[in-house]
Design a protein around this ligand. Sequence first.
Ligand code: 13P
Ligand code: SF4
Length: 407
Amino acid sequence: MKTPLQLNSSTNKKPTLPLAEIEHSAFCKTEDELPARPLLDELKVNIRWQEIPVEYLRLTVEDLDRRIVRARSSLGDRLMILGHHYQRDEVIKYADVRGDSYLLSKLAAANSKADYVVFCGVHFMAETARVLASDHQTIILPNITAGCSMADMAPTNDVLDAWDDLTGILEDQSIVPVTYMNSTAEIKALCGRNGGIVCTSSNAEGVFKWAFQRAKRILFLPDQHLGRNTGLKMGIPEESMIVWNPFKRMGGHSEEEYNKASVILWRGHCAVHTRFTVGQIEMARQRFPDLRVIVHPECTREVVDASDINGSTEVIRREIEQAASGSSWAVGTEISLVNRLAKENPDKNIFCLDPVVCPCSTMYRIHPAYLAWVLEGLVEGVVVNEINVEPEIAEHARIALETMLSV
Ligand code: 13P
Ligand code: SF4
């Protein structure tokens, strides 16, 4: 064991929350308020929206539809629109392909034909597409303020400090960094630079196995819940998984505790998935005795334990589509996907576990007005909201992503 002369994370810091996390509750609304309205109405929600030319502010959803369809057909094969399952109906309908983060990242790596890839999702997804796409392709995120509060919980400097400290106190080569896709390109690059890898919620177990073939412990970033749920699925006892708290000196644990741990979990979470509770599951089961409960693994351990199935957005979609007609499903994931599944499977009873309607506020910022703006820009030869990643960061992030794609 090594003893560092000086710890980077040597003092306690005042705990803070990312702005995007604080803004989440501003988007909680009633079911009736979910459908898109002219952007000017939606801007009244007091959060950060990207500025957009005024002509888009008052357009109705129908006007925007006509303009998006026109721009899309004029761009033809030069354009590919990727849509994450959490996008609103009024946006996902234009996606050439819909999917979870894993599927969409594979597509971004495989399709080198389209000159423009417009990513209807959030910032880390567009960054991943940038890293994996060919040089001649331009990646666009329609609204630049569509980030992810979980990714914001792992700022580069805090993670670098933690990594330096951990590698300082642990035996050489005994730890491998693994980051969830929901992280910045800089964090993915840190993993690529240090023999690590990326995972998504659809391949986390395979990635953990890969990592444990290389080292006896993992630093898992930034979602403590996905990390813990994956570790438990693999039979790792909860006591062997400890949480690195970036606001505490040395992450809040002793050298001895880190040396005993198999998984060191970053203290991050998703504001959408941590709303689901065991109480909601119990209430839903009382109402529908044959209920099946399916949740995303970003939910807490207790919620995952109380559910019947957990998996990525693509797993949730597939399971429900293949379920027997007449079955009842309570779903613990983002409301746009739950409502879409309910609409597309009218022969089944599908509802969201949380009675309060709180969409992912960052996904929700992709309003059709932003899509119309970036597509009409492309028709005029103007690129709006291009996503770029510095070459050195991209090179190392690519290593971690390509390793994931090969597992
Ligand atoms: P998936 O990888 O399941 O698509 O999830 C992404 C996400 O952001 C969930 O909150
Ligand atoms: Fe991030 Fe949670 Fe939104 Fe997914 S649902 S993009 S993890 S804030």
